[in-house]
Design a protein around this ligand. Structure first.
Ligand code: GAL
Length: 416
């Protein structure tokens, strides 16, 4: 049984309340942006819409990766009462589009020229049968490390250039009595770390073969065993209270100097900014050692649920607001992500944001841009969840590395 059931029950009650408060002309938005940094970013969107006379009916369901939100969504759709707009990732969008549940956004997309400015990698998840079915908000990526600069300086640690140097840095911090890795033991967080660890251990061809092509040989390979072995090294450097911890509380440990590093997508930057911290001065952002040329991405999108035919005026207003260049800059500066449009200036972004934009463009141009397994952009939810289960069981000591690779082959072959 997964741990989210309890939370889901609570949020189902919240769903009922939020429905009764909806007014015509409001958008009801189901999302999982509940941390301080996420809420600050969401406010940019709320205010933008409210400024245009479209009310916002908030429907938050906590839990990174959106697994709990997707459970609530399924219940709402089953009872014939879908929300107007839903934050969604990758294959989930395509799954709902196949069920014919999403509103056609083509009229808005064509009028506003989305085809010309939204990268192919995002269009692959925003269109179904050539029709736009969701509005991309951003591009995040998962192969980042966030570090407390004074903790690193005090311990003579430079940004590690490869896995060996990273492992040495973890040992130095452990010897100094600092928690080396801030981590929250939740399946999606374990998988987020695994995205980067596997990419680093095996490189992009291996990552693609294993998580996108679901190739048995790659899933059961020595490289996969090595990836699991490296997860054990990381597991040996988290604190004893890691289990179940929310990701933003892990980020707070790095912010406070309790821990040295966190491996997390760039939504973590939103927490540092929300705490008034400055990149390069208080904290460092760098690609997971050995993945400097790669970007494992996920893009948050808002899919609009078909309210019986055409896209409603509120849904169109939301889609237009999301893709406006000024919103793309204002929102992503706060969120930690980078714009979903290729024509937005990096001027307003901090050093990590500028690097994120440069990395994304370079990775796309050099064939180094891959969908994040952990965040639903490599394989459909059933396969993703099967992979999660093995990664988490191994992280919690249920299997050794060699057994985990074998279990992965089995789990994927059953789920796909
Ligand atoms: C991701 C999502 C991000 C982020 C994170 C943690 O799945 O794409 O926007 O906020 O979860 O909640």
């Amino acid at each position: 049984m997964r741990k989210f059931i309890l939370k889901t029950t609570t949020t189902l009650a919240a769903a009922a309340v939020s429905v009764s408060m909806a007014h015509a002309g409001d958008v009801e938005v189901l999302h999982w942006w509940t941390s301080g940094g996420e809420a600050a970013a969401l406010n940019v969107l709320k205010q933008d819409l409210e400024g245009q006379g479209t009310g916002w009916n908030d429907m938050p369901v906590a839990g990174g990766g959106g697994e709990s939100a997707m459970t609530v969504l399924r219940a709402r759709v089953t009872s014939g009462n879908p929300p107007t707009a839903v934050q969604m990732l990758g294959f989930d969008i395509l799954d709902w589009a196949k069920e014919d549940a999403l509103a056609d956004l083509n009229a808005v997309a064509v009028k506003e020229g989305w085809d010309d400015v939204i990268p192919e990698a995002l269009q692959a998840f925003a269109k179904h049968d050539g029709q736009w079915v969701s509005a991309p908000v951003n591009v995040h990526s998962t192969n980042w490390v966030w570090a407390n600069k004074s903790v690193l300086d005090a311990n003579g640690i430079a940004v590690p250039a490869n896995w060996e140097e990273f492992e040495a840095a973890l040992e130095t911090l452990a010897a100094a009595g600092v928690t080396p890795v801030a981590h929250g033991g939740q399946a999606w967080q374990d998988a987020t770390v695994f995205d980067a660890v596997a990419m680093s251990a095996g490189g992009p061809e291996f990552y693609k073969a294993a998580f996108i092509d679901l190739d048995e040989e790659a899933l059961g390979s020595d490289t996969m065993v090595e990836s699991f072995r490296r997860m054990e090294v990381i597991r040996g450097h988290v604190d004893e209270n890691f289990s179940g911890r929310d990701w933003n509380l892990a980020t707070a440990m790095v912010i406070n100097g309790e821990a040295g590093f966190q491996m997390m997508g760039d939504w973590a930057k939103g927490e540092f900014l929300n705490a008034g911290k400055v990149p390069g001065e208080d904290f460092l952002c760098f690609r997971f050692p050995g993945t400097e040329d790669q970007v494992t991405f996920n893009a948050d999108q808002f899919a609009m649920f078909d309210q019986g035919g055409n896209v409603s005026a509120e849904q169109a207003a939301l889609a237009t607001a999301i893709l406006s260049p000024s919103f793309q800059s204002a929102f992503n500066v706060v969120k930690g992500s980078v714009p979903a449009r290729t024509d937005v200036s990096d001027e307003a972004f901090d050093a990590c944001g500028k690097q994120g934009m440069k990395d994304l463009a370079a990775a796309a141009a050099s064939g180094n841009l891959y969908g994040s397994m952990a965040h639903g952009h490599a394989a459909p939810a059933a396969v993703k969840n099967a992979i999660y289960d093995v990664i988490t069981a191994h992280f919690n000591g249920e299997y050794d590395a060699a057994t985990a690779a074998l279990e992965l082959v089995d789990a994927v072959s059953i789920a796909k």
